[in-house]
Design a protein around this ligand. Structure first.
Ligand SMILES: Nc1ncnc2c1ncn2[C@@H]1O[C@H](COP(=O)(O)OP(=O)(O)OP(=O)(O)O)[C@@H](O)[C@H]1O
Length: 235
């Protein structure tokens, strides 16, 4: 299966702090690749490094074989990499419709088609179409953030902790939606909720102290309680 994104030995400083000290992983087309690790391990910084928000001091990022490390973020976005940040990045005074329209590239008919096909995956958002996003629930905002990243047929989505702050029943809904997106695009998912990671992930990489320390197929981690205890502090 084709590799859509490959990160090789990424090192990133934030100010004087050497946060990433050797992150290596790859994401294959149509799969969900999960980045796991304890709080503060460097997962968000890894996504931000790929996007050019925290450019690396060393290492390479290949997007479909083209080197993209250090490119400004507008260029990584234009290449077809969508981002759902941990804080969702929703504009509270814009309606759901305005979020969709701002995000969608293309001309009249194309925009209408993309909106329609995206709403098929996120039907709840139709109900709140004219509502300001600030009035949406946490789960609805998360759906809007994911839909906005998905709408342009991006080849790769980087999704940071979509379960964060959501009630278990809402987490289930987000999980089901991501499951439906599987195969339609390639996803790199950062997730602290292990059950969600296990449910969705094809492959995992564990980041610890800014380095990739373990990787494999998700089912290997599912079967290995010792790894889960050692690297994630869960059984
Ligand atoms: N702007 C910043 N200034 C200084 N240190 C930072 C900054 N952003 C992140 N860090 C530090 O970098 C390390 C990695 O943070 P990062 O957010 O990438 O971790 P994470 O694995 O995503 O964890 P979490 O799940 O808690 O977000 C942490 O020690 C964090 O305190």
């Amino acid at each position: 299966m084709a590799v859509v994104l490959k990160a090789e030995n990424l090192e990133t400083f934030i100010g004087q702090y050497h946060i990433l000290q050797g992150v290596t992983f790859e994401a294959k087309r149509g799969e969900i690749t999960v980045l796991l690790g304890r709080n503060g391990a460097g997962k968000t910084t890894t996504l931000r490094t790929i996007l050019g928000l925290n450019p690396p001091s060393k290492g390479k990022v290949y997007f479909k074989q083209t080197e993209i490390q250090g490119l400004p973020t507008y260029k990584t976005a234009n290449l077809g990499i969508g981002y759902v940040p941990e804080d969702q990045g929703i504009f509270p005074y814009l309606t759901v419709e305005e979020h969709f329209k701002i995000a969608t590239k293309g001309k009249g008919e194309e925009i209408a088609e993309r909106i329609e096909s995206t709403l098929a995956l996120f039907p709840d958002l139709k109900t709140f179409w004219k509502k300001e996003a600030g009035f949406l629930s946490g789960g609805q905002k998360q759906m809007l953030a994911i839909a906005r990243a998905y709408i342009n047929n991006n080849e790769l989505l980087l999704i940071d902790e979509p379960s964060k702050g959501l009630a278990p029943i809402v987490v289930e809904k987000v999980m089901e939606t991501l499951k439906m997106m599987k195969g339609k695009t390639t996803i790199i998912l950062v997730e602290q909720n292990y059950l969600m990671a296990e449910f969705l992930g094809d492959r995992f990489y564990i980041i610890d102290d800014g380095k990739t320390v373990l990787s494999g197929e998700m089912k290997e981690l599912k079967e290995n309680e010792e790894w889960r205890k050692k690297y994630l502090g869960i059984s």
